[in-house]
Write a protein that binds this ligand. Structure first.
Ligand code: GLY
Ligand code: MN
Ligand code: MN
Length: 437
């Protein structure tokens, strides 16, 4: 019998985890941080949903598969990082596969490792010494269970201990990627780019969106990614105008555009790529006009990316470039002022041009700090994803434009000098057409 391989940790990974925990411990300033793994989620019958780890627990522990574990970072007099995991158990391993166990957990560079059974003893001791507990009480059922157990079952009072949500605090660390994370995000992007390219080559009239999704995700799995970062959007024809279309149940038709917004997760890190191209391998003149406007805009916005620029600056420039372009080409029959009045432009461009990317596809990290829109910094990874969607029935454009939806999305690392585009996937008209000639 061949069971799942035991998890291995590379020295680079352990080094990155140790350095990350040390940075956070220094910033905790007497506080205690608690992150718990995501509990396995039982279906209505005897099976479980495919397990996905809590991103904050993963960020601190490096453990993707343990569904019962806790990380404590205790600053104060003697700063220490502590990991709690389940003891290995033959019966559990027969049903669910290898567990990390205390011996495996000892290789992750924590100062101390305990079995989960010790948590009700060790945690209250640390809580009594701390003035601040950072955790995820609101969104995480496991954390609420741990805290109520201590406060209610053990009847321990923690006067003077403030409990604070850690998403802002921890998110600001997650937002700036270290070299190890950047390498993983580059790999995720390489796998996803290859999967998009496969679909560009395979698309044909008569093929279903669902089969195209299967071919896309097969390439991702072959590349070494077990998960997509989010549900793949595979939209053809006027489905391209639905931003989060994901039923993927129509057939591709001759003359349609196809829009795929999909990315794999690699070692937990998301990629988020959108490409739009013609089913027949050739754009019609109208499709090409809209496509080239989105492409020109995307390239201009990417050129703006550098430390100090703010995401709202990128959004403002995008609205202007897309809307002025549509008006100049006679697609939208309004003046620029009319298009800006009451956000009328949202009829064809209703979303943001950028978001943070990392362990979550819309990643952690604050967009506003002390009331100010946050400037970009080296180490952030953001998307740049302008789009135009002329909805069927759009009152501002002739019917010949209706149902054309185009989005182009790349993943961009902010560097000290400017940016590095992590996405390497065809997007020039000539490249897309050449793939099918
Ligand atoms: N795929 C979701 C997004 O682009 O934000
Ligand atoms: Mn995105
Ligand atoms: Mn996307």
């Amino acid at each position: 019998m061949k069971s799942g391989a035991r998890v291995q940790f590379s020295p680079q990974k352990v080094e990155a985890l140790v350095a990350r925990r040390q940075r956070i411990l220094q910033a905790l300033n007497g506080g205690l941080l608690l992150a718990a793994s995501r509990p396995a989620f039982h279906k209505y019958d005897a099976s479980y949903f495919r397990y996905r780890q809590d991103p904050n627990f993963y960020y601190l522990s490096g453990l993707y598969t343990e569904d019962q574990g806790v990380v404590l970072l205790a600053s104060g007099e003697k700063p220490q990082s502590i990991l709690f995991v389940e003891n290995r158990d033959d019966a559990t391993e027969i049903w669910n596969g290898p567990m990390i166990g205390l011996d495996g957990a000892a290789k992750l560079g924590f100062d101390r490792v305990f079995p989960m059974d010790d948590l009700p003893r060790v945690l209250p001791e640390l809580m009594q010494k701390a003035t601040m507990l950072y955790t995820d009480r609101q969104h995480h059922p496991g954390v609420e269970r741990i805290l109520s157990d201590i406060v209610f079952r053990q009847r321990i009072a923690f006067d003077g201990l403030e409990v604070r949500d850690f998403w802002g605090f921890l998110g600001d660390f997650r937002l700036i990627k270290d070299d190890f994370e950047i390498e993983l995000m580059q790999t995720a992007n390489r796998i996803s780019s290859a999967a998009h390219r496969r679909c560009m080559q395979d698309a044909r009239a008569g093929l279903s969106e669902l089969e195209l999704q299967a071919r896309l995700e097969l390439e991702m799995k072959k590349g070494g990614s077990p998960f997509t970062a989010y549900h793949s959007i595979v939209a053809s024809g006027s489905n391209t105008c639905c931003l989060h279309y994901n039923v993927n149940n129509c057939a591709l038709e001759s003359g349609d555009l196809v829009l795929i917004d999909a990315g794999c997760a690699y070692e937990g890190y998301a990629s988020d790529i959108t490409r739009t191209w013609p089913v027949d391998g050739r754009f019609t003149a109208d499709q090409r006009l809209i496509y080239e406007l989105v492409l020109r805009t995307q390239k201009s916005i990417i050129e703006m990316v550098r430390p100090g620029v703010r995401i709202p600056d990128l959004q403002e420039a995008t609205i202007k470039l897309l809307t002025q372009g549509l008006i100049e080409h006679g697609v939208i029959k309004l003046s620029y002022e009319e298009a800006r009045t009451n956000d009328t432009f949202k009829a064809w461009y209703p979303h943001g041009v950028s978001h943070y990317l990392g362990l979550n596809v819309h990643d952690a990290g604050r967009y506003v700090v002390e009331g100010q829109r946050r400037p970009l910094e080296p180490g952030m990874v953001i998307t740049v994803e302008p789009g135009i969607y002329i909805q069927p029935g759009c009152p501002y454009a002739d019917s010949r434009w209706h149902g054309i939806g185009v989005r182009i999305e790349d993943d961009i690392l902010v560097t000290a000098q400017g940016y590095r585009n992590l996405t390497d996937c065809p997007k020039e008209v000539a490249e897309l057409e050449a793939l099918r000639s």
